[in-house]
Design a protein around this ligand. Structure first.
Ligand SMILES: [Zn+2]
Length: 240
């Protein structure tokens, strides 16, 4: 039997029949993988502890017959995130989003790096700056959609290219629109909100080493969360 090994984040787990469990991972080398853990309930609490969201874990598995998980060994437990309910909620939300929008067995170095950097950033800053949690959510959402190839068009009116008076965003057309081209379903967007969105879609975590910038962006937290939620729903309905 051939064995494989890779670093992985758990995205989801569910019980199968009486004693088995299915784990869905995002792995460094194979992308999303669904693995069956036979007798997982009996195996021991130790394995389960190494497979809690958002633990970074080294997994060993086999691909013969069905894909089967053999062992898992914790690399980074992210205890800080697990201790804070809000941060943990965000980690689960990130895992769900990746699970929903990524197809199996396609390795993706960009998604891997984003997951890795996101949990690292959250863990590192959470205690000193609790607002990091809300920011991480918003930033991950924008960057993940960008990697999948879905960035909103924010440079000028998506219909005529006009650079001025673009006070609306069309979710149908996925871009900002001018007064002339807007219709009743569009959302208002001001220049500050647009500037922050451009920044979120085009920056790296390194650009946010100053917490003052994070706080500035969070002044528009409600709008940005609502916007990215809605934009994500539109993308989901497009591709599913
Ligand atoms: Zn226009």
């Amino acid at each position: 039997m051939e064995y494989y090994s890779t670093l992985a984040f758990v995205l989801k787990q569910e019980p199968i029949k009486e004693h088995n469990r299915r784990y869905i991972f995002f792995t460094q080398e194979f992308g999303k993988l669904s693995l069956l853990a036979l007798g997982a309930r009996k195996i021991n609490a130790k394995l389960a502890g190494h497979l809690e969201i958002p633990t970074l874990t080294q997994i060993h598995f086999t691909m013969s017959h069905n894909l089967r998980l053999i062992t898992a060994l914790e690399e980074i437990p992210y205890l800080g995130i697990k201790k804070k309910e809000k941060a943990l909620t965000i980690a689960f939300w990130i895992a769900d989003l990746v699970n929903e929008l990524v197809i199996e067995k396609q390795s993706d170095a960009d998604i891997w790096k984003l997951l890795f950097d996101t949990f690292y950033f959250l863990e590192k800053n959470l205690n000193k700056f609790p607002e990091t949690a809300d920011f991480t959510w918003i930033y991950f959402n924008a960057q993940f959609l960008k990697i999948l190839g879905f960035s909103p068009f924010l440079d000028g009116c998506i219909e005529c290219g006009s650079k001025t008076n673009n006070k609306f965003f069309s979710f149908e057309r996925k871009g900002i629109v001018c007064q002339l081209h807007h219709d009743k379903n569009d959302w208002p967007i001001n220049s500050q909100q647009r500037k922050f969105l451009i920044f979120l879609f085009n920056s790296t975590f390194g650009d946010f080493s100053q917490v003052i910038l994070v706080r500035e962006i969070l002044k528009e937290k409600k709008y940005l969360q609502k916007f990215l939620n809605k934009f994500t729903l539109v993308i989901k309905s497009d591709i599913m």
